[in-house]
Ligand binder design. Structure first.
Ligand code: S3P
Length: 437
């Protein structure tokens, strides 16, 4: 188990970030690469895997259930157990802080009749709901016994799964992925109906691994497969990590940054579209791509400082920018006019309650924000004074505080900066690299 520690880091007003950066590998795709490799009977080479706390939890988890992971200098070689051959574990599987691991791994394990596993994690994961995966898995024939019927630790009992048609109550890529992974072992196939598009890395990886997967409007269907076939996966750079530097470049006068090899899958680039609407200049390939190519589109982003105006983020945009909405709040503080985010109640269920932590955190730095049930309203005041913000053990809050400090008038102290290591262990080093003249 991990707990947040009170590491304090200070970020002073910056004279302008300049240079070229390759951001860390995508966290969502790394989790999936490890899980898919673990389900594949042949060895899979994974290049540019993210080495961060969350994705290390996934490697440990797949090793616990029977995969072998060879850590070479430039790649991982994962020898999987095969689709129906995960091993039972005597000890609980520790998912650490990783919600994606907690919600995707059961999709695989659920298809093992007569076997069961316990999953648990840190104090943040213990307040994140698993009933959203328990319900569809129960309808498929598996069973989850959760704490208070909703939270980890929980016990998962596998079964011979039956295909279902599942209408997602919330636009969640994690739940969609769990059901699709479970669905590929069902004889009749399984369909998920999404209320709005969400990240589609699982669908792309299923297609690449030879599982028959089709999209028709809001319906994604996966059909039966005996075994997956994959040989190599290249993980692109993480737009969610790049987004902190997009925001920093836009907010800090004198900045101009080039971010290389960033994944611009259209189901992830909502933040770039919102930032552009606010006036940010981000050059790169932002056009939608066909969502069923087995590859992920990658581009270079070239970002410069510029003035911003407020905007309204509609509910349908939320899943496409879910992890970047704290940065929309930060941009809103520096914009002219009001920035409104609605339909984002899911933020309350992230690594922290991100409506409360973002609104309170930025208000403590001199911002003017109001929380609503399902989002926030930011009254742009042209900047932030500075002060102290707590990460609450949430990696994205820690990095938000750091960027706020670089753009502030008096600097920001971030309490619990070490949380950044969940997705971006080299974050402070990369700020330093863009600070060299
Ligand atoms: C993720 C999906 C999103 C996102 C999370 C990663 C994924 O969660 O917030 O950081 O890798 O599928 P939800 O699907 O629960 O919205």
């Amino acid at each position: 188990m991990t707990t947040s520690s009170p590491t304090i880091a200070r970020f002073d007003p910056h004279p302008g970030l300049r240079g070229t950066l390759r951001v860390p590998a995508d966290k969502s795709i790394s989790h999936r690469a490890a899980l898919f490799a673990a389900m594949t009977p042949e060895p899979v080479r994974v290049r540019n895997y993210l080495h961060a706390a969350d994705t290390n939890s996934t490697l440990a988890a797949i090793e616990a259930v029977g995969a072998r992971v060879e850590r070479r200098a430039d790649e991982l070689v994962i020898r999987g157990a095969g689709l129906r051959n995960a091993h039972e574990t005597a000890q609980p599987i520790d998912v650490g802080n990783a919600g994606t691991l907690m919600r995707l791994l059961p999709g695989w394990l659920a298809s093992h009749p007569g076997q069961s596993w316990t999953l648990d994690g840190d104090s943040s994961i213990r307040r994140r709901p698993v009933d959203r995966i328990a319900e569809p898995l129960r309808r498929m024939g598996a069973r989850i016994e959760a704490t208070d019927e909703r939270f980890p630790p929980f016990r998962l009992h596998g079964a011979d799964l039956q295909g279902i048609e599942y209408v997602l109550p919330v636009a969640s890529a994690q739940v969609k992925s769990c059901v699709l992974i479970a669905g590929m072992t069902t004889a009749a196939g399984t369909t998920v109906i999404e209320p709005a598009p969400s990240r589609d890395h699982t669908e792309r990886m299923l297609a690449r691994a030879g599982a028959p997967v089709e999209r028709e409007a809001d319906r994604v269907t996966v059909r039966h497969v005996d075994e997956l076939g994959l040989d190599a996966i290249d993980v692109p750079g993480d737009l969610s990590s790049a987004a902190f530097f997009v925001a920093a470049a836009v907010l800090v006068p004198g900045s101009r940054i080039v971010l290389q090899d960033v994944n611009v899958n259209w189901t992830r680039t909502g933040f770039l579209r919102i930032a552009e609407r606010m006036g940010a200049i981000v050059v790169g390939e932002l056009e939608p791509h066909g969502s069923f190519s087995p590859v992920e589109p990658v581009t270079e982003l070239d970002v410069a400082h510029g003035p911003l105006r407020g905007t309204t983020v509609a509910a349908a945009e939320v899943p496409l920018a879910i992890d970047e909405l704290p940065l929309v709040a930060l941009l809103g503080c520096f914009a002219e006019g009001e920035t409104v985010v609605r339909g984002a109640g899911e933020l309350r269920l992230k690594e922290s309650d991100r409506i409360a932590t973002v609104v309170d955190g930025l208000n403590a730095l001199g911002g003017s924000l109001e929380a609503t049930d399902d989002g926030f309203v930011v009254h742009g005041t042209g900047g932030l004074c500075g002060g102290r913000i707590s990460s609450h053990g949430d990696h994205r809050l820690a990095m938000l505080g750091a960027v706020a400090g670089l753009a502030s008038r008096e600097g920001v102290e971030v309490e619990g900066m070490d949380a950044a290591a969940v997705s971006y262990p080299g974050f402070e080093r990369d700020i330093a690299a863009l600070s060299r003249r």
